[in-house]
Design a protein around this ligand. Structure first.
Ligand code: ZN
Length: 519
């Protein structure tokens, strides 16, 4: 334990104290710094595209992004870096951080060098245009307008995965590995199989329970400027540092980071106030993770969250395990009532918490309740598998999508905007990303089970001491950045390998109690 908690601190001393004169790693460093600078610029463009950039800038900015991407690729897969990296792999006496940085750089180099530069550039340009095409298609509820672009994206994704695949490795496994190491289709089939087996019947029992939850007061009459005030208050309350981060608005809330002192998140203000309220706590969880990365790791290849799944575990931990607990609201519910007196004066805290934990199958993933959320992810996982592994025709997506919603959630989208066009991920070429959302929820539940054994979680929330919880997460997870992978971090923290039973038990326990349906 002591060793683990010291690790990053020790690295820092080593990194500062020991000048490896003439060391190969020291020669590699300036190249990696340049690469990070290019990445940072690309991130900033991406952020800008989603928030402030004018509509017509699109194709022009895409050119800049394309050119920067080529520079990045040339640098990381080019000669000096290539030979320095292979020498570094042999070099002795590197710190854990340096070894991890070399490991990440080698992986990145291998990922990049296998793609012909012209294809890489074409794909970058395609992707920077595709999100606009997708957004327009979604606005017009017109899947046909997006289908040809999606087809091209899938074509490139499969092609690139093919370049990267190890002998006998399936293409979708290559994509999954990019987001979450050690979670191939074999493992995910098992995970999603468990969720399907346990959560679909639980949902039915809840629906049959006849329990009605009043939620009408959550909708309408919450002015955006007041919602913004609440969003800023809540972000700060859970630990978002406004001196190291900004909160903006975008259609699809997200968080991005340039380094641990510049973390940017967005939210949206909707008619249903709980939508923006929980989206801001969720994004704060992502942001707190990035802000918590150790200073000596930031602006290196390991200076960010360990994986997509680990990232989601932190956002969901804050959103659901912290934010939807009645104890969390005990100290701050009066503040909420004060902000929206006409709406909430006569609503008790208990009724408010019940309302924000209502289970109601819906069509939109990002609006889903905590229980049905993973079923939305399950549907995307099954469809991605078919698209990548079985050559599913893109044209068939809307119909299949609707059928699966009907099967698992009992509802059917009436148009592609509330169906297959709702998520940005495929437009960005992010195939294999979705499963990390469900994995994150399961990681979070395992961490919570562990923490609840060693601290009075509810009491801390009641006393407004979110900080203690946040610091515990920081100590076990955040500060390590990408030094170690998610399975290792989870095991180091909880003393156990990934175990999705914790997630199932957590949901059964929580909703059994809320809906009075018992085990
Ligand atoms: Zn998230």
């Amino acid at each position: 334990m002591a060793d683990k908690n010291m690790a990053v601190g020790k690295e820092s001393e080593k990194m500062k104290g020991k000048q490896k004169a003439g060391g190969t790693y020291e020669k590699l460093k300036p190249y990696l710094e340049q690469a990070m600078a290019l990445q940072t610029a690309l991130m900033l463009f991406e952020w800008d595209n989603e928030t402030l950039a004018p509509k017509k800038a699109g194709p022009y900015t895409a050119k800049v992004q394309g050119a920067l991407s080529v520079l990045y690729q040339d640098l990381m897969a080019g000669e000096p870096v290539k030979s320095l990296l292979s020498q570094c792999q042999e070099e002795e006496g590197l710190t854990e951080a340096e070894r991890a940085i070399v490991r990440e750089a080698v992986e990145e180099k291998e990922r990049l060098e296998c793609i012909p530069p012209d294809e890489y550039r074409a794909f970058q340009e395609l992707v920077s245009k595709s999100t606009r095409i997708w957004a327009k298609a979604r606005e017009g509820q017109d899947f046909e307008a997006f289908a040809p672009t999606l087809e091209k994206i899938i074509f490139y994704q499969k092609k690139f995965a093919g370049y990267r695949a190890k002998k006998g490795q399936k293409l979708y496994d290559v994509m999954l590995d990019h987001y979450e190491k050690g979670f191939s289709m074999e493992k995910l089939d098992e995970f999603f199989g468990l969720l399907k087996k346990e959560l679909v019947p639980l949902l039915h029992r809840i629906q049959d329970s006849g329990v009605e939850v009043e939620t009408g007061f959550l909708k309408g009459g919450y002015p955006p400027e007041k919602q913004r005030e609440l969003a800023e208050y809540l972000a700060e309350y859970v630990g978002f540092d406004f001196e190291k981060g900004v909160l903006s608005e975008s259609a699809h809330p997200f968080t991005t980071n340039l380094h641990n002192h510049d973390v940017r998140m967005t939210t949206h203000y909707k008619e249903r106030m709980d939508s923006s309220l929980f989206s801001v706590i969720h994004e704060s969880g992502h942001a707190i993770y990035e802000m918590g990365v150790a200073d000596e790791l930031t602006q290196t290849l390991v200076g960010q969250g360990a994986s997509m799944g680990m990232h989601e575990s932190q956002s969901r931990f804050f959103e659901n395990i912290v934010g939807r607990d009645e104890a969390f609201w005990e100290p701050i519910y009066p503040k909420l009532q004060e902000l929206f007196p006409e709406k909430l004066r006569d609503v008790s805290r208990k009724d408010f918490v019940r309302a924000v934990n209502q289970v109601q199958p819906g069509l939109i993933r990002t609006e889903a309740d905590e229980l049905t959320y993973s079923l939305h992810v399950l549907i995307r996982y099954e469809l991605e598998k078919q698209l990548i592994e079985d050559g599913l025709d893109v044209e068939k997506l809307p119909g299949l999508w609707a059928d699966k919603y009907e099967e698992y959630l009992g509802i059917r989208p009436q148009n592609p905007a509330e169906g297959v066009l709702q998520d940005i991920h495929w437009a960005q070429g992010s195939f294999g990303y979705f499963p990390s959302y469900a994995l994150g929820s399961a990681f979070a539940a395992q961490m919570a089970a562990f923490m609840k054994k060693s601290m009075d979680f509810g009491e801390l929330l009641r006393k407004g001491e979110v900080k203690v919880i946040r610091e515990t997460l920081r100590g076990h997870i955040h500060r390590f950045g990408k030094l170690r992978d998610s399975r290792r971090l989870l095991k180091d923290m909880t003393g156990e390998d990934f175990n999705p039973q914790y997630y199932v038990e957590y949901l059964k326990g929580k909703y059994g109690e809320l809906y009075g349906i018992g085990g």
